[in-house]
Design a protein. Sequence first.
Length: 507
Amino acid sequence: MTSTLQPATTTEAVQRPGRWLALSVLVLAVLLVAVDATVLGLATPYISEDLNPSGTQLLWIGDVYSFVIAGLLVSMGSLGDRIGRKRILLVGATAFGALSVLNAYATTPELMILARALLGVAGATLMPATLALIRNIFHDPRERSLAVGIWGATASAGTAVGPITGGFLLGHFWWGSVFLINLPVMAVLVLVGIRTLPESRNPDPGPWDLSSVVLSLIGMIGIVYAVKEAATHGFTWPTLAAGLLGAAALHGFVHRQLTMPAPLLDMRLFRRRGFSGAVLADLLTVLGLSGLVFFLSQYLQLVQGRRPFEAGLAELPAAVGAVAAGLVAGRVARRFSVRAVVSGGLAAVGLALAALTALGQSTGYPVLGAALLVVGIGAGFSFTVTADVILSSVPKDQAGAASAVSETAYELGAALGIALLGSIVTGVYRDFTGPTGTPAAAHESLGAAVEASARMPAHTAEAMLAAARESFVHGLTLASGVGAVVLLLTSIAAWFMLKNQKLESAG
């Protein structure tokens, strides 16, 4: 009798167990990408010692993965809309596993750079496909909010699992092991995903425009590269040329999308205030947080003397807070409002960063742990609700492209944040005054100073390290202050841009 009156509801009830099993496959992919993004930082000193790359090569090993991902996310999200999101996810996951082996066994800096770039191509297929599949698997808005919360919570958990797992592996095995942990996760993802994930695509997508793909890739890589180079080496003619080339390519990309009957990315999405407000909030939030996230592990290890595994555990409160907030964010946003939750979350992160401006070399862990917990809770609320807004504000057929815009904002925000806030930290650090005999290399980074101290007389080394650590902490507190201002201003902007924005409710 119920099935006659409410066939749609009954159908969804029958399908529900399959949907949650499919979600478990999607979060495996998210966990993989999140872990991979964090373990490289821990492994870099070991890679540097083994492969002996130049300073420029070491930067490319660290950066090329994010360059390629940022440049290809929109193209891969649109490709998934066309050929099928399940197909591109499973192909990308298989390639990610195979390329992880190439990363693990790279024998030269050049091969490592190539392996990281190819891994970026595979990684660009995963994140948009997972979020787009959630949009198409979960038709009930409240269930979808919970699914997005679990998706975001897994990404947050991955950022904590990465350092802890990486620290353990580096303590027992060689650096390649941090890449080989991808293989069993990939195997489970592909084998279970083949059976549980439903296929979905845009029924009338139009052709995949290769010119748009090339313009998007050149534009994003040009802009991100120029920002990072300008922050590291100042404005040079090659840097300026890269930035202008990137800007011209992005202008060409936008113009082409507006004139094509079936664009790679429908630029009209940005006319929707909720969509553009959520994307902008994500970009600026990651920008403001990046300085802290990027340099915190160095602070914990090189200033406070913690081992990699211990440093990973010390960062756990941020992930715990993000997981807890992400799981209830949708419910809270419906109880109060979207703009209250997003703005409130961003304000909380801003205040926590402001508190970290009082950080010192010997700051006790309770203060740092409490601040990280607040950062995690605020970011968990904000990112989960903005992801839900982005997904629910576009038709299901365009879910891949919209998800890719969200991920691109994240990658671009991270690149800009590390470049801009990182330049504050490194700029302040390089001006430290060491004792007579301090080598020039010690002014390049705190890691270089620690390495140089091993070859210096004990008294001189101790004095140099004290000055270097004090200068590094001063730079970190300044970057935290700038990040706090960015987050608080973003909170205000979100309050106005997300006005009257609501999450869908079950019909």
